[in-house]
Design a protein around this ligand. Structure first.
Ligand SMILES: C[S@@+](CC[C@H](N)C(=O)[O-])C[C@H]1O[C@@H](n2cnc3c(N)ncnc32)[C@H](O)[C@@H]1O
Length: 309
């Protein structure tokens, strides 16, 4: 589309955006073009569809088509807009963190369900506001899991760790943005090995958690070539790859949970599409009971949960 001298309106630039992304075989090209136009114009979807004849200024059109070109070359839409929704909340994302995925919302659902069941068994009312609960989120990335739980459980305190300092910086922006920085304590460390340096730790009593959640990196190195270009070239290796096989981090996570959960504490882990056969046997010890597996919407076993005896 020749921009200079043309009268550009919302409908025509959006149509051209659709066509360019479709031509570049971008998945979900319609949604991507809409999101990029919303971003370029600083408008929401309702405005865009209510104002098809509205003129688009030359600088805005230039900005939009520059974004379309970057998307056509493989950059994820979320890196271009700087945001992604998760659990109804908007998160800042950069190339330093995994883009939150819809299937990870099952981790939140399972964690909340299991906490509610635990409350019922203890003879308390079913709805918990998390008062007094201590939660760990290992490999927090954008902090999407930690913040969703903090919003659902306003009485809970959360320790969220990540081995990547640049991911922790993004997580910090998100905890501030959602006004939970006072309750979500971020730690840069391997799994939970920096726990002693948390402001919540005291020299006398070790920190014991009611809930430990994690969506660890779980893709095998050998699977790298099968990933979509957007993922392979633009998301951080440290967030994607769990090792040669992919499931290497789970043994360490389960060992940390066995040490750091209270009796009746809950472990909730997101699984890779083929992780279950390798991971479930790790819970086959006297430490764990009430083991459950939850499938995602595609029928893939996605969340493994267990209770510490
Ligand atoms: C799959 S991403 C999950 C991010 C976020 N929790 C989510 O669900 O979108 C895994 C995260 O674990 C972090 N990570 C990788 N190895 C780790 C380790 N040994 N200890 C702590 N965090 C680790 C990565 O930096 C990355 O942010």
């Amino acid at each position: 589309m020749k921009l200079q001298g043309a009268r550009l309106d919302v409908r025509s630039v959006l149509r051209e955006g659709f066509a360019q992304l479709r031509g570049a075989r971008v998945p979900s090209h319609t949604l991507a073009a809409e999101l990029l136009l919303m971003h370029a114009l600083g408008r929401d979807r309702t405005w865009i569809y209510a104002h098809p004849e509205e003129e688009v200024s030359f600088p805005d059109a230039e900005k939009f088509f520059a974004l379309i070109s970057r998307r056509s070359n493989g950059e994820p839409t979320q890196h271009l807009t700087g945001k992604q929704e998760f659990w109804g909340l908007e998160f800042e994302v950069t190339p330093d963190v995994l883009i939150p995925r819809p299937e990870t919302e099952h981790v939140i659902e399972v964690a909340l369900d299991r906490l509610a069941v635990r409350e019922l068994r203890a003879g308390r009312r079913q709805k918990t506001d998390g008062d007094g609960l201590l939660i760990a989120d290992i490999g927090t990335g954008s902090a999407c899991i930690a913040i969703a739980l903090a919003k659902e459980l306003p009485g809970a305190a959360i320790i969220a760790t990540d081995i990547s300092p640049t991911a922790i910086a993004v997580a910090r922006c998100n905890t501030a943005r959602h006004n939970v920085a006072g309750r979500v304590h971020l730690l840069e460390c391997n799994l939970l090995d920096g726990l002693h340096s948390s402001s919540l730790a005291t020299s006398h009593s070790p920190l014991l958690f009611d809930l430990l959640v994690s969506n660890p990196p779980y893709i095998g190195r050998g699977e790298g070539a099968t990933l979509m270009r957007e993922v392979r070239e633009h998301e951080p290796d440290i967030a994607l790859f769990g090792g040669e096989e992919g499931f290497e981090l789970y043994a360490g996570l389960i060992a940390e949970a066995a040490t750091h959960l209270k009796p009746s504490g809950l472990l909730v882990l997101e699984l890779g599409h083929n992780s279950l056969p390798a991971v479930q046997p790790l819970l086959d010890t006297p430490t764990w009971t009430n083991i459950s597996v939850t499938n995602d919407l595609a029928g893939i076993p996605r969340v493994l949960a267990a209770e510490k005896l």
